[in-house]
Design a protein around this ligand. Structure first.
Ligand code: FO1
Length: 344
C-alpha cells in the first residue's frame, strides 16, 4: 500500500504522524511538504513546514506550538536580544542546528530534498519527506497594508492584516520534485491533510504538474477538512476565506479541491453539511477530525485509509489498528456517480 499525503503547517503534520503510526509495516508513506513558507534569516535557510513534519514524526516537536523542538532553550535568542536585535521569529538552540546544517549543505550544492533526507534519516524518521520542489517558491501576502513576505505576515503581524490575495512567487518556474510526481502516479491512496488550503496546499498545487498529477492519479484522493463549524482548528484559514470572499465552511474547502477530489472527511460537528459535499459528486466520511494526541491522530488516519479503501475497486486494507471505527458504523455516503477512474 503506497500512501501519499500533501501537507503544510502543524495540523497537516499531525495527520502525517497519525498515518506513520497507523499504517501497516509494509506500507510506504510519502509526505509532500509545502516550502513556500521558507525564508532566510541571519543568512540561514529556514524551512518551517519541512521541520514541523520532521520533528513531529521524530517525536521531538514542541507539543504546545507544534513547531520547534520540545524542551528547547533560547540562549542564542536571548543573546541576540542583548545585542539589541529584536528577533520576532523565535529560533531555539537545538532548532538552530537544523538551520545551520541545512544552510551548509545547500551551500555545498545539495538539493533541499537531499538535505531533508539526510536530516530526517538522522532523526530516525522512516517515512519519506519530500519538499514540493527543490526550487525557490515564496508565498507573498497582498494585504490592505501592502505586500508582506509570509513569515512577516504570519508571525510578526500574527496574520492580522486584511488579505487581498496571495502570490506564490517562483511557482510557475519551479520544477515539481520528481520523486513526488512518481509517488503520486504509483500511489494507492492520496490524502490532502487538514492544512491551510491557501497557505499550505495551494502553493504545492501551483507547481506545474502537481495538479495534473492529482487529476490523472488512479488512486482515490481524499481531503480532510481544516475547517470545523466555519472556523479553522488553528491559524488563519477561515479568516483568509472570508477576506478572499469565500464562505468559511468545510463545503467551500471541498469545492476548492473538487476537480481532483474523490472523498472528503467532514467533522462530525458539520454532519448537516454532508448532502452539500455529496452534491459535488464527492464521497463523504463524517467523523471526529480533531487530533489531540497520538491515538486520535492514528485513529483518524486509520479511518481515512479505510475510507479510501472503499473508494477503490480493490481492497488493500493498510491500517494496522484493525478495522477502522467508521467501518463498524456503516460505510460513508458514496454517490453512485462516483468512480475512481482518472478524472476527466
Ligand atoms: N511561529 C510563530 O508564530 N512564532 C515563532 O516565533 C515561530 C518560530 C519558528 C521557528 C522555526 C520554525 O520551523 C517555525 C517557527 N514558527 C513560528 C512557525 C512557522 O511560522 C509556521 O509553522 C509555518 O511557517 C506556517 O505553517
Amino acid at each position: 500500500m503506497n500512501v501519499v499525503v500533501f501537507t503544510g503547517g502543524v495540523g497537516g503534520a499531525k495527520l502525517a504522524d497519525g498515518l506513520a503510526r497507523a499504517l501497516d509495516a509494509d506500507a510506504s508513506l510519502t509526505i509532500i511538504v509545502n516550502t513556500a513558507d521558507d525564508f532566510e534569516l541571519y543568512g540561514l535557510h529556514i524551512s518551517p513546514d519541512l521541520d514541523t513534519v520532521m520533528y513531529t514524526l521524530a517525536g521531538i516537536a514542541n507539543p504546545t506550538t507544534g513547531w520547534g523542538i520540545q524542551g528547547d532553550t533560547f540562549q542564542n535568542f536571548e543573546m541576540l536580544e542583548r545585542y539589541g536585535v529584536a528577533p520576532w521569529f523565535r529560533i531555539g538552540d537545538r532548532d538552530m542546528a537544523t538551520h545551520l546544517l541545512r544552510t551548509q549543505m545547500l551551500r555545498s550544492g545539495a538539493t533541499l530534498s537531499q538535505v531533508t533526507h539526510t536530516l530526517a534519516s538522522r532523526l530516525g524518521v522512516k517515512p519519506r519527506i519530500l519538499p514540493m520542489t527543490n526550487d525557490r517558491v515564496r508565498t507573498v501576502v497582498d494585504t490592505d497594508e501592502g505586500l508582506y513576505a509570509f513569515q512577516e505576515y504570519f508571525v510578526k503581524l500574527r496574520w492580522q492584516p486584511e488579505v487581498r490575495g496571495l502570490i506564490y512567487e517562483g511557482a510557475e518556474e519551479a520544477e515539481p520534485q520528481p520523486e513526488a510526481l512518481r509517488a503520486i502516479e504509483t500511489a494507492d491512496t492520496i490524502i490532502i491533510a487538514p492544512s491551510n488550503l491557501y497557505l499550505s496546499i495551494d502553493p504545492i498545487l501551483a507547481i506545474p504538474g502537481m495538479r495534473d498529477a492529482l487529476l490523472n492519479a488512479s488512486a482515490p484522493v481524499i481531503a480532510v477538512t481544516p475547517i470545523i463549524g466555519g472556523e479553522a482548528v488553528k491559524g488563519p484559514a477561515a479568516k483568509l476565506m472570508r477576506e478572499l470572499g469565500v464562505e468559511s465552511s468545510a463545503v467551500a474547502v471541498a469545492k476548492h479541491y473538487a476537480d481532483f477530489l474523490n472523498g472528503f472527511v467532514l467533522d462530525e460537528r458539520d454532519a448537516h453539511l454532508e448532502p452539500h459535499v455529496a452534491a459535488l459528486g464527492i464521497g463523504v466520511l463524517t467523523t471526529d477530525t480533531l487530533m489531540h494526541d497520538a491515538d486520535s491522530r492514528a485513529r483518524l488516519a486509520c479511518e481515512v485509509i479505510g475510507f479510501a479503501d472503499r473508494l477503490r475497486p480493490e481492497r488493500l486494507g493498510g491500517c494496522r489498528l484493525g478495522r477502522p471505527a467508521d467501518e463498524q458504523a456503516g460505510t460513508p455516503r458514496r454517490p453512485a456517480s462516483l468512480d475512481h477512474s482518472p478524472k476527466l
